[in-house]
Design a protein around this ligand. Structure first.
Ligand SMILES: [Zn+2]
Ligand SMILES: [Zn+2]
Length: 306
């Protein structure tokens, strides 16, 4: 498998002099695999615009574009590039869109389609020339042509959000974003009037069990692309409940799950290139001699072979 990063940023596109190196586009990852050069795309953040233009320039001359797009969830930063994905306007393109069902009982097609209405965009969904099929996913495992197995797992985020594990030819790539560590929902401070020692302990065990189940999902992955929007210090200060992970949690979890390479992903929009470089150096020094996990910072236009 070859993994290409077209957008690595979280929350909002962040172009500018401080993000030139790692990139300012929001989530979009392409995975190529197999003898037919199968194309999987994870998320349609703004990075998908350049991917689409690349496909039109490089691949369309050799045949129709065929893609399977897996949406982790429907937050803006993960779908806002879809109306700009040029292949949807080209007759003959075939695009299968997969994503989690939502608690509002709307279909993926309706949510994506809402972006393609005159209120937001000059072209309506009914005018798209490509063949687009929508598939709603829960926790399940299924096979795509050429032996690619896809397994899904719900993550901890304010809206239904899926992690994807792609297993092909003995190798695996897993995405775990947007995701926050499961945590104890009961008060743990004995001074809290609602404190109950039994409940506090029960909550602690439940959270740990859920985190362990998630680690099982990506156990042994060759490449784990994990949410790392915050440092632990930032997270604990005032970002608990926002649906994202600290670097330290990602490193610790990747180590426990015996992951080969951990890719930091969904960078905070305010995180500069210099800060990302410094954080990577710092975490590499921190884990030296303690774990075999390799640390990588996701970078736009980077290609990793698995
Ligand atoms: Zn996001
Ligand atoms: Zn989100």
């Amino acid at each position: 498998m070859v993994v290409e990063f077209w957008g690595v940023r979280g929350s909002i596109p962040s172009p500018g002099p401080d993000t030139v190196e790692y990139g300012g586009n929001t989530s979009c990852i392409a995975i190529r695999y197999g003898e037919h050069n199968g194309l999987i795309v994870v998320d349609a953040g703004t990075g998908i615009k350049r991917l689409g233009d690349h496909l039109v320039a490089q691949e369309l001359p050799h045949g129709a574009i065929r893609a399977r797009l897996f949406l982790t969830h429907t937050h803006w930063d993960h779908i806002m590039g879809f109306p700009f994905f040029t292949p949807i306007f080209i007759p003959g393109s075939e695009i299968d869109v997969y994503g989690p069902v939502t608690h509002e009982q709307e279909t993926i097609e309706q949510i994506i389609g809402l972006q393609l209405s005159y209120r937001y965009f000059p072209v309506r969904q009914t005018e798209l020339a490509a063949t687009i099929r929508y598939h709603e996913l829960k926790e399940q495992s299924f096979e795509l042509p050429d032996g690619m197995r896809v397994t899904t797992k719900f993550l901890n985020h304010p809206v239904l959000c899926l992690g994807y594990r792609f297993d092909y030819n003995g190798k695996s790539v897993t995405t775990v974003y947007d995701n926050e560590p499961f945590r104890n929902l009961f008060p743990v401070d004995p001074h809290d009037p609602d404190y109950d020692p039994a409940l506090a302990e029960e909550g602690e065990e439940a959270a740990e069990e859920q985190n362990e189940q998630l680690r099982e999902f990506y156990r042994g992955s060759d490449l784990l692309i994990h949410d790392s929007q915050y440092t632990l210090q930032e997270y604990l200060k005032n970002r608990i409940g926002w649906g994202h992970s600290p670097f330290e949690f990602a490193i610790n979890s990747a180590h426990k799950a015996e992951v080969d390479s951990l890719v930091f992903f969904h960078h905070d929009p305010l995180r500069s290139d210099q800060e990302l470089r410094d954080l990577l150096d710092g975490y590499r020094a921190m884990i030296k001699g303690k774990t075999l996990v390799k640390l990588i910072v996701a970078q736009e236009q980077d290609r990793l072979t698995v």
